[in-house]
Each structure stands twice: as C-alpha cells, then as structure tokens.
Design a protein around this ligand. Structure first.
Ligand SMILES: NC(=O)c1ccc[n+]([C@@H]2O[C@H](COP(=O)([O-])OP(=O)(O)OC[C@H]3O[C@@H](n4cnc5c(N)ncnc54)[C@H](O)[C@@H]3O)[C@@H](O)[C@H]2O)c1
Length: 265
C-alpha cells in the first residue's frame, strides 16, 4: 500500500469539518488504497471540542485512517502536509455582508499562507473554503433554448441567493453541502477527470478569456492523474456569459483590492 498522505483540515471543530472529515478518512477523496494521516487544526478555545472529534474519528475505526493529530498550533500543524483544506474561518452569519466577512478572514489566511510557505511540502495542494466563495462562472456549451432560459434566469438567481437562504432557514451557514463540494473538488483535482471532460475550478488567472491575470477566478479546468491542472482554452463565450464574467471579474477585483488594503492596515 502507498505511503500515508498527510492531510490537514483547519476549522476541524466546526460544522463543515464534522461532515467533511468522515468522508475524507473513509477514502472518498484519495481512493480506497490511500492511507491517510489527518491533522486537525482549530483555535485554542475549541480544543475541547476538537478532542471530541478525534474520539469520534478513532471510534469509526476506518481502515485507511492511520493517525489523527489534533493541533492548535498553526506552525506545527502545517509541517510536511501534502494536502490542506482551509475550512477554518469566521462563518457568514445572517445579515452579514460579504465585505465584513472578508475583513474578518483576510488576516487568518495571511497567517496560514506563511505557515504553508515555511512548513508544508513544496508541492502541497491547497483548497480554500473559508473565504467568501467566488461567484460561479458558467461556460455554456451547446445548450438548447428552453434550457438557456432556465439557466439564465431561475438557476442563476437560486445559486446567487442560496447561501443566504440556507442561513435564514438553518440559522447557520451551509455545512453538509459545502463538505460534499470540497470532497468532489479535491477528488477531481487529485485523480484527474476523464479525457475530453473538464470541471470548474477557481484558480489563479493566466489571462485566459481576458480575465485579469492573478485573479482567483473560476475557469473550465482539465485535471490530470499527476495532480496538475490546465485551463481549457478557446471555448466560445456568448454575450450573456461574457456580461456575467465581466461583472464577476469586476467584483473579484474590487474584493482583492479590499483584501490587500485590510492586510496593509
Ligand atoms: N465556499 C463555500 O461554498 C462555503 C460554504 C459554506 C461555508 N463556507 C465558509 O467556511 C467556513 C467554515 O464554516 P463552518 O460552518 O464550518 O464554520 P464554524 O464556525 O462551524 O467552524 C469554523 C471553525 O474554524 C475555526 N477557526 C477560526 N479561526 C481559525 C484559525 N485561525 N485556525 C483554525 N481554525 C480556525 C473555528 O474555531 C471553528 O471551529 C466559513 O468561513 C464559512 O463562511 C464556505
């Protein structure tokens, strides 16, 4: 069997992690032949809760799970990590604006960036969940008219308002569906997608589709079994999609500048 992968989940005492950890530890992401060491990072006041999560993970007796390491020390936790799922952050509460959330979280992610830089494996794969999620960009191909109408109206509206609708109903932000999305996302990245297909991933822009270079933006991406990815070029963009893409680019660019100014202050 392969050497164990060291997988770090931050915010491990939180509600997304509670759904995510079981799925990762039982092989849904890295496959049934890949042993895993799980490092669970949270902050000091959550240590008691974290220990409860560790007990439950051990009690699950999952064959692939070699070790569970709780930690409240960022520098120690990131040591030699292969894959990091950065879930830990302040969650969005009812009535909270995207920009308030950004201001609260930007410092956390800056500090984690430093820990990754100095402690983790150089080819670490990092998935960020805790930032305000990047707006979905839809690359529409060969859709027929009726579908277009649903896609351009109800679907987009539902997706845009879904986060707020879940908070309103649950009084908490989404967790189970967010955990499922993380699992699908990292599995596609780790294993690669079948030839001729691609997935959407928010990755640093290389200027494709005239999107500002360096912006973290959702592109059609082809992932490969060696855990690398490439942006799929040259898809036809209709006027409707172009308009949404430009609006998203503008919003993300503003958000980036705001994050930089919070960092500097
Ligand atoms: N991208 C998405 O689609 C999506 C969907 C839902 C939620 N989220 C975001 O994911 C994040 C986690 O959501 P949740 O519902 O699990 O929240 P939660 O409050 O239940 O858990 C967050 C955990 O992070 C911990 N934490 C805070 N600062 C930390 C730090 N510096 N290092 C390590 N841990 C830290 C907290 O102590 C807490 O245990 C939130 O930012 C939320 O807004 C994103």
């Amino acid at each position: 069997m392969a050497e164990p992968l060291r997988v770090l989940v931050t915010g491990a005492a939180g509600q997304i992690a509670y759904s995510l950890l079981y799925s990762v530890a039982k092989g849904d992401v890295f496959g049934p032949n890949q042993p895993i060491i799980l490092v669970l990072l949270d902050i000091q006041p959550m240590l008691g809760v974290l220990e409860g999560v560790v007990m439950e993970m051990m009690d699950c007796a999952l064959p692939l799970l070699r070790e569970v390491i709780p930690s409240v020390n960022e520098m120690e936790a990131f040591k030699d990590v292969d894959v990091a799922m950065l879930v830990g952050a302040m969650p969005r509460r009812e009535g909270m604006e995207r920009k308030d959330l950004l201001a609260a979280n930007v410092k956390i992610f800056k500090s984690m960036g430093n820990a990754i830089d100095t402690q983790a494996k150089k080819n670490i794969k990092v998935v960020v969940v805790g930032n305000p999620a990047n707006t979905n960009v839809i690359f529409v191909r060969n859709m027929h008219h009726q579908y277009d109408s649903w896609l351009n109206n109800d679907f987009i509206k539902t997706v845009q308002q879904r986060g707020a609708a879940v908070i309103k109903a649950r009084k908490l932000s989404s967790a189970m569906s967010a955990a499922k999305a993380i699992v699908d996302h990292v599995r596609d990245w780790w294993n690669g997608v079948p030839d001729g297909t691609y997935v959407s991933m928010a990755v640093p822009s290389d200027g494709s589709y005239n999107i500002e270079e360096g912006l973290i933006y959702s592109f059609p991406v082809r992932t490969k079994p060696d855990h690398t990815y490439e942006i799929v070029k040259g898809l036809t963009i209709n006027d409707f999609s172009r308009e949404k893409m430009d609006a998203t680019e503008k919003e993300l660019s503003e958000e980036k500048n705001m994050a930089l100014s919070v960092c500097e202050s």
